[in-house]
Design a protein around this ligand. Sequence first.
Ligand code: DGL
Length: 333
Amino acid sequence: MSNNLITQDQLYRRTPKRIGLFDSGVGGLSVLRHLVSVTQSEALEFVYLGDTARCPYGNRAQGEIALFVEEIVSWLTSFQLDSIIMACNTSAAIAKDAAVKAAAQVAGVTVFDLIEPTADWLIANPPEALGVMATINTARSKAFSRAVTARGYEGKVIEIGCPKLVPLIESGRLGEAGCEAELEAALIEYLQALAGVDGLVLGCTHFPFVADRIEKLVSGKLKELYPSGLKLIDPSHALAFQMLGSDAPPAVSTVANNYQSPAFKIYTTGSASDFARSAACCLGQELGLVAQLDVAELVAAPRALAKKAARSSTAPLAHQSVSIDVTTSPSFA
Ligand code: DGL
């Protein structure tokens, strides 16, 4: 039996890194997809929450988004994560502080967003003129243009809100003729407004799922608007580089991953079957199990976390040494 016992230090070294990600819906799965495809590592576990019941965030009031972010981050901290990725640029543009503040109530959780690493990448690889397709809130906040100009970028930046895209991507109808026709009309409208840029940030995490449609339009029907071509920038690649040192270039991923593995815990506040259908349309493959989370649990999470934090700050220090039987693996949640 003693051969099966490991020390706390050994346990720590065996415990996979746990990464939490959240978005208003399926968009953040584009970030998850990329992280998994560049690491393919069994040493990573992921908890994903799509707040589909309250999607879209893109044109909600800022105070409301800050509250949602506080709730979600507070809820995620119960999974003992190493990192939380704001896989929703609207949340990061409006409410990064709320995320950092909530996460700071537990030790050892780093909050990442996609805007800062993308700006770093753009400074090293500057286009002549930069376009940003985002939600209305992200475009209004000028989060991407402020981040690049603060780093010294001197080119022109056109940042536009594209509110028609998220509902179509969430609809679970991608690939159906009617949905594709609506999507194409919307993309033409937005790409006309961005004419002339040679670098385009997909500044909403939903948009990498329609990158192929954008590429087709830019090399076909709208070719004359983009004489120098158009490089699409998926911020998840810049994030992976910052987090994991992966040097895969920030193009667009399409690699298949095994989401059925127990390393993935996927939650939605909406209907689990609708989420699974939309996700499958976006990813081109099935997710594993999707769990439904009641919004009431999110709403209660900040108070629960504050109570827990208050209790642990007054609790006497316990002796930390533990022995664990490795024949039973540590549970995830
Ligand atoms: N996918 C999100 C983003 O990156 C939010 C989209 C929305 O809910 O409007 O901004």
